[in-house]
Design a protein. Sequence first.
Length: 122
Amino acid sequence: MIKKIIEKKVSLDDIPDANKGGNCYQVAFDTLFSKPGAKLVHGVVLGQGPLEGIEFTHAWVEDGDTVIDNTQPVGRNEFPKVVYYLIGHIDITREYTRAKAIENATRTGHYGPWDKVFDNYL
């Protein structure tokens, strides 16, 4: 069942301390190199649990129709892309090949996000 999304303005103060400071960008970047032909994806997701209703940027890897998110709790970290996008209410993404990811990380000195479209999200 899809929950109705209520748009609201949030700040970092609205996020529980235990959910701040994640490492999804580095984890996804590292995962990219274990999957030849996969692509790195940065996107905006709608939070679940303690982050319910909060939109924030996130990173994962896509290998065909499979999403690999190694920041998920121990256990399942591969999901059908269609399910992952539905659960996360994902519609804003940027995709990067291995070469482009290396270029962006080298140019900026960080793992992401690299696109200005993400500047308005936590």
